[in-house]
Design a protein around this ligand. Structure first.
Ligand SMILES: [Zn+2]
Length: 257
């Protein structure tokens, strides 16, 4: 089996009116679990409607959170209660949260407030956070440390080995997207192969970042085995073994058995 740890189901527009097609692609590719990611709180109903399509062979859970590139007012006013009131059994994590100084360097304080708030919510109910970080290397690590975050995912990982090591030492997991398959990502692959396999996850970040050989197309959760292929090569394992190991890692992280 394969687990897609990060997919934006509600942005998969071509499938909005044909959800069965998307789900059957996943089942055909043995992608039997995925986490549907929230970027703002009013997406709750739309995401929950995907979660409700789970069945015996395909388990869809969700996150609750506010992306760092959302509106400054929303970021600076979010509370732990806002997040926890949307929590229920199928909420597997809080996020995606984090810092993005690449697109939004003018609202650092609001992002930092929101990031810390997500960590506090995650600690209150012992569920992981999902961390987005871009052009915010030091501040991301500083906040994780100062807020004593020990439970989470560095999603769509593209940083260096020292960043990964710092996150792993805190207890976090590292999730690789299609970026690890791109031609130019040699350095990232060098980092990946130094990491402990029992702390790695795979994701699509659909509809973005389709992995080779689907690069350039809309991404979808059924493509996550192509990310596994890259790790399989790096670790000398089969794609199925990588699928199984990363699925076990995900189960352990979010407390599913
Ligand atoms: Zn995302």
């Amino acid at each position: 089996m394969f687990t897609d740890s990060h997919a934006h189901f509600t942005y998969l527009k071509p499938y909005e009116n044909d959800r069965t097609a998307l789900l059957s692609h996943m089942k055909a590719a043995n992608v039997s679990r995925a986490m549907a990611i929230m970027c703002k709180l009013d997406e709750y109903d739309a995401i929950k409607s995907w979660v409700d399509l789970s069945d015996d062979t395909l388990d869809i859970g969700m996150s609750v959170g506010l992306h760092p590139c959302q509106d400054e007012q929303m970021l600076s006013s979010i509370t732990v209660e806002d997040l926890l009131k949307l929590n229920f059994e199928k909420v597997w994590a809080f996020g995606e949260t984090g810092l993005d100084y690449y697109w939004d360097s003018d609202k650092k304080q609001a992002q930092q407030h929101s990031f810390a708030t997500h960590i506090h919510a995650s600690q209150a109910v012992k569920k992981p956070i999902i961390v987005h970080t871009r052009a915010a290397y030091h501040d991301t690590l500083d906040i994780l440390k100062s807020e004593k975050c020990t439970h989470g995912i560095i999603h769509c990982f593209t940083e260096d080995y020292d960043f990964a090591k710092a996150a792993l030492d805190m207890g976090l997991y590292i999730s690789f997207s299609g970026i690890v398959s791109f031609n130019k990502s040699g350095e990232l692959r060098d980092v990946a192969k130094k990491l402990p396999l029992d702390r790695i996850l795979i994701e699509t970040d659909s509809p973005y970042l389709a992995p080779v050989p689907k690069r350039g197309r809309d991404n979808e959760p059924s493509f996550v085995p192509y990310v596994a292929d890259v790790l399989a090569e790096l670790f000398g394992k089969s794609r199925e073994e990588i699928g199984r190991i990363t699925s076990e890692n995900f189960s352990r992280l979010v407390g599913l058995d």
